[in-house]
Design a binder for this molecule. Structure first.
Ligand code: COA
Ligand code: MG
Length: 352
């Protein structure tokens, strides 16, 4: 909220005195910034100033689907996104129990402002069809599904068929949001084809929207034979490729898990690294990690103030016919203006 107040205060000092934030969004110069940057996607993934539909997924918390005590805790956690897990957080002999417990939680828990997500097992596991069947037997549907270990586009065909089967007796009020995982060398190589096929099926079947991608880094390391290091240099190429592919398809990109969950300093550093690289959020495994991660993936009040003032300066300079200008001692042109727009959009999304 502080970021937005700063934004409003500094805009009110300028030639848009007296307007509310929603009026400011429609104000000429912000519209102008939007139009000039239309079609460009920067780190926030917040597509436009006028589409409030952006779902912040700064921290994405896994909760084992068979652990009712932990699942019940979701309602008391201030987390953007909670994932009730059928996959690797659940032992093989507890899969049935996890599905049924998740179904019960879907019907009984009030998730409030937290996005309700279910991670099913992978297509290759042979367990996904049963996961979907039980989960979509609940009265309330999860907003979002996560599909792990997607290696090839054909898996999305199978997933879509199973989803169609599970939804056939339901009236679907909203499309399911789908988030896929990349967790292997072949999955990384095929990422563009996977997104292309998923987008085609999303459009042709109308059951789901592709919303994002998660980097399953521990499975990825096992697959390529890498050894994990503190600064994750062994993952640099994969992280950059994932962010680039995700942004090319206008998707959110969720960064790796920091498994030493008691080390909050290391977590903060890795979160800031991920945010600086363009990831929009990070997976977490413990409630203690949530505030650190959500802070790292939110623009600071100082950044919001910088962005707001830069947009004002841009407006004034544009009116006088200048494309590039100096702001706080630095040269500013359109790429910086678009980054500023991105920060303002993200601040609004996480504060709403
Ligand atoms: N979701 C919700 N609540 C959680 C939680 C989670 N992921 N992890 C811990 N908690 C709760 C605990 O239940 C405990 O509350 P309680 O004392 O009232 O029972 C509190 O937070 C503190 O937990 P703590 O004692 O520090 O940890 P733990 O020993 O209970 O659990 C883990 C540690 C790592 C086993 C646990 O955090 C976990 O299961 N994380 C998810 C792992 C996972 O899903 N992995 C697969 C995806 S990478
Ligand atoms: Mg995994």
């Amino acid at each position: 909220m502080r970021g937005i107040l700063t934004l409003i205060r500094s805009l009110q000092k300028s030639n848009v005195r007296g307007l509310t934030f929603s009026q400011l969004k429609n104000h000429d110069y912000l519209q102008q910034v939007y139009k000039m940057g239309k079609g460009r996607q920067l780190s926030s993934c917040a597509e436009t100033l006028n589409q409030p539909a952006y779902t912040p997924r700064r921290a994405v918390l896994y909760v084992p689907g068979n652990d009712e005590r932990k699942l019940q805790k979701i309602t008391g956690l201030d987390v953007d996104c909670a994932v009730m897990d059928c996959e690797d957080g659940v032992a093989v002999n507890r899969k049935e129990e996890a599905r049924n417990t998740i179904k019960k939680m879907l019907d009984n828990l009030d998730f409030g402002g937290t996005e309700c997500v279910v991670r099913v097992n992978s297509v290759d596991s042979g367990l996904m069809a049963d996961d979907l069947k039980v989960i979509f037997g609940a009265d309330r549907m999860p907003k979002t599904l996560m599909l792990p270990k997607v290696d090839r586009p054909q898996e999305i065909n199978q997933f879509t068929e199973c989803l169609k089967e599970s939804l056939k007796d339901r009236v679907q009020k909203e499309k399911v949001q789908l988030i896929t995982f990349v967790e292997s060398a072949i999955g990384l190589i095929n990422l563009t084809d996977i997104f292309t096929r998923t987008t085609e099926l999303a459009n042709s079947e109308g059951l789901f929207d592709l919303a994002g991608v998660v980097f399953g880094s521990d499975d990825f390391c096992a697959d390529i034979g890498a050894t994990r290091t503190a600064d994750a240099t062994e993952l640099l190429y994969a992280r950059q490729k994932i962010v680039t592919c995700a942004k090319a398809f206008r998707l959110q990109a969720i960064d790796l898990v920091y498994i030493n969950y008691k080390d909050l300093e290391g977590l903060e550093k890795q979160s800031i690294d991920g945010s600086d690289m363009g990831f929009t959020g990070k997976q977490v495994i413990h409630p203690g990690q949530i505030p650190v991660v959500q802070k790292a993936f939110s623009p600071s009040p100082e950044r919001v103030e910088w962005a707001t003032e830069l947009l004002q300066a841009f407006s004034l300079h544009t009116q006088s016919g200048k494309g590039a200008f100096t702001f706080r001692g630095a040269m500013i042109d359109m790429p910086l203006v678009l980054q500023a727009r991105n920060i303002v959009q993200l601040a609004e999304a996480v504060n709403s």
